[in-house]
Design a protein around this ligand. Structure first.
Ligand SMILES: Nc1ncnc2c1ncn2[C@@H]1O[C@H](COP(=O)(O)OP(=O)(O)O)[C@@H](O)[C@H]1O
Ligand SMILES: CC(C)(COP(=O)(O)O)[C@@H](O)C(=O)NCCC(=O)O
Length: 326
């Protein structure tokens, strides 16, 4: 039975506003659609069914909201600059990039969301330079994962160099001209030796990855460390039913078996040489023992921290949107 507050007292306000498709879609107002059907097709990931109507109805309101947030945060930075005196002397707080984190399970479609938002946000004249980085570049190399007994934990928080990832975003946030990150290859399933991705002072930085909303690591000597999310101005959690995500993961594995896995340098090439049934048995195991476990133990518990939760249905269309208002 629900416990009612004593007469005269208000129930605690929910920190979220929950909207269905129709209500959310109306919030795009007159935001123009700057993409064509062909561009959407190029941006969407393998198996992600998003089309131009979905972008117009559900992604344009996100673009409008983020444009308003960027303006508001710049206003706040102006206030901080005024308080601190000459902004140039205080590290130019006004010019700090706006940072967006995008979290969610393996195979939920984070990278499609991130690429679409990058394209939509870059069309606003106020913030044309939008950079996108994925956190996989900060995975420990396979040799190190093996040394630590973590090869079956790829994607779990402990499989990343979390300090380097946080430092990377902190450096961009502090307005450095050029910041670099290691690069991960899905094809060879490892960090690419010697390769670096370069980020040059963007107006907006999008950081996409499984664990971007994880709390801070406990520091030594009782000192508090900064978490990656402490550098975010806005965060998005891409959500869906666990059974739908599993189906998307398996369908993608089947498609990859006919495409990327046939490349001689693919780590998964052996699955093109066994029956589809055997390959899918492996994928089911990887889902159950690695990715589902990580979703339940680490990723899903961070959902409540996101500014915006996009809940997708089995057809990949966003069914509901939850926006943090407090
Ligand atoms: N084994 C693989 N080989 C090639 N590409 C892959 C492989 N696994 C995942 N990808 C691609 O990597 C990207 C990130 O995938 P993932 O981490 O599952 O996140 P999401 O599906 O939420 O974007 C996707 O574009 C996906 O298609
Ligand atoms: C590379 C990933 C850990 C995702 O990295 P992210 O960019 O989210 O940090 C993930 O896509 C992955 O490959 N997981 C390993 C388990 C598997 O092969 O399904």
């Amino acid at each position: 039975m629900p416990i009612l507050p004593p007469a005269g007292e208000l129930a605690p306000a929910s920190p979220y506003v929950d909207l269905d498709r129709e209500s959310w879609s109306g919030l795009r107002e007159r935001t123009p659609l700057p993409l064509t059907a062909e561009e959407v097709e190029q941006l969407r990931g393998l198996g992600d069914e998003i089309d131009l109507d979905e972008v117009r109805e559900m992604y344009l309101p996100i673009s409008r909201l983020l444009n308003l947030y960027v303006g508001a945060v710049h206003g706040l930075r102006g206030a901080l600059g005024t308080f601190l005196g000459d902004p140039a002397e205080t590290g130019g707080v006004r010019e700090t990039p706006f940072v967006i984190g995008i979290a969610g399970s393996v195979a939920v479609g984070k990278s499609t969301t991130a690429r679409l938002l990058r394209a939509l946000l870059a069309r606003w004249p106020e913030h044309p330079r939008v950079e996108l980085v994925t956190t996989d570049g900060f995975l420990l190399p396979n040799a190190e994962l093996e040394r630590r007994g973590l090869m079956q934990r790829k994607g779990f928080p402990e499989s990343y160099d979390r300090r380097a990832l946080t430092r990377f975003v902190a450096d961009i946030k502090s307005g450095r001209d050029e910041v670099t990150a290691p690069v991960y290859s899905h094809l060879v399933y490892d960090i690419v030796p010697g390769e670096r991705a370069v980020v040059h002072r963007p107006d907006i930085l999008i950081v996409e990855g499984l664990n971007v909303l994880q709390p801070a690591l406990p520091g030594q000597d009782g000192r508090t460390r900064m978490a990656l999310a402490d550098y975010f101005d806005f965060s998005i959690y891409v959500d869906a039913r666990e059974s739908d995500i599993e189906q998307w993961y398996l369908a993608r594995f089947r498609k990859l078996r006919d495409t990327a896995f046939t490349d001689p340098s693919s780590y998964f090439r052996r699955f093109t040489e066994v029956s589809e049934q055997e390959a899918l048995d492996f994928a089911r195991g990887a889902w159950a023992n690695i990715n589902r476990l990580n979703l339940i133990e680490n990723v899903l518990p961070t959902r409540g921290r996101a500014t915006l939760v996009l809940r997708k249905g089995a057809d990949h269309r966003i069914e509901r949107v939850r926006l943090r208002k407090l």
